[in-house]
Design a protein around this ligand. Structure first.
Ligand SMILES: C[S@@+](CC[C@H](N)C(=O)[O-])C[C@H]1O[C@@H](n2cnc3c(N)ncnc32)[C@H](O)[C@@H]1O
Length: 269
């Protein structure tokens, strides 16, 4: 018993130092770790096994060396972890995996839950997908994560996701083009694929994040603002929709200035 207690303390001490160095690193990608009161290891890293954390650390180094930085962030992934791990969600579709950050973290969660073939992830970029696939294999997650190259608004990806997951998704995470028109097509197509109670999360939904829409049509936030009122079958909250350029992330309750929307399919028609 005493041995077990000591072991537990040792683990928590080493876990508690994992992302400590991110607080002082220069790259913008570590912004969350450099906020006023985030001097701790967030749950998405704290809960990893040592070999998983080693993989992720090596992934951070390689993506920085090759300038393949463009991942979602800590607040959003902690929220995803709450839904997946807390809710026992075993069938997930992701639109946009880029170099693999969220795919690795979700893969680690699914492996803990023994949910094989639990993530089907789509990206239009074949090179990014090859890069991500290499890391998924290195992390031993090939049985848990299926990667697909294609347009996330192409109906083919629905068929592919059904065959990979074996059923409709319980969660769809959208972090892809950030274009207004393309987001509308994703919303139409993937909301129809959700059973009652299933969730859809969209990243980059704030006024601040409109900048990612290369046609300056208002991006994900504008698409949602028009789409949600027309779809009574979905309930929605858009966290930080109001956050504009220049906002201080320290002053936000949900710390992600890019915003995140949570949609749920209800039984309404
Ligand atoms: C912000 S990154 C995704 C980051 C990823 N979710 C993560 O956390 O690491 C956006 C990705 O969406 C992909 N993308 C852009 N347009 C797309 C489209 N029409 N269909 C599928 N993927 C697309 C890009 O190739 C890019 O890899």
């Amino acid at each position: 018993m005493r041995l077990l207690k000591r072991h537990r303390t040792d683990i928590s001490v080493s876990n508690a130092r994992r992302s400590e160095s991110f607080r002082t690193l220069r790259h913008d990608r570590y912004w969350w770790h450099q906020l006023g009161d985030t001097d701790y290891v967030p749950s998405i890293y704290e809960t990893l096994l040592d070999p998983e954390w080693e993989i992720l650390e090596a992934w951070f180094r390689e993506t920085e060396d090759h300038q393949l930085v463009g991942e979602i962030n800590v607040p959003a992934m902690c929220l995803v972890q709450g839904f997946v791990s807390g809710g026992g969600i075993r069938r997930i579709v992701q639109l946009g995996h880029y170099s693999g950050y969220s795919s690795l973290l979700i893969g680690f969660m699914l492996r803990r839950m023994n949910a094989q073939r639990g993530l089907f992830s789509i990206d239009i970029d074949a090179d990014a997908t090859a890069f991500t696939r290499r890391w998924i294999v290195r992390a031993g997650l090939a049985d848990y994560v299926t990667l697909h190259v294609g347009d996330s608004a192409d109906p083919v990806s629905i068929r592919e996701s059904r065959s990979a997951l074996g059923a409709q998704p319980q969660l769809v995470l959208i972090d892809s083009s950030h274009q207004y028109g393309h987001t509308l097509r994703e919303l139409d197509m993937w909301s129809d694929e959700l059973p009652v109670g299933a969730l859809m999360l969209l990243h980059d939904t704030s006024t601040f994040a409109e900048r990612w829409d290369t046609k300056a049509q208002g991006g994900v936030g504008q698409a949602l603002a028009e789409w949600v009122p027309e779809h009574r079958e979905m309930s929605a909250i858009n966290l930080n929709a109001f956050v504009a350029p220049g906002a201080d992330a320290n002053a936000l309750v949900y710390r992600d200035a890019c915003g995140l929307a949570i949609l749920q399919r209800t039984g309404r028609r």
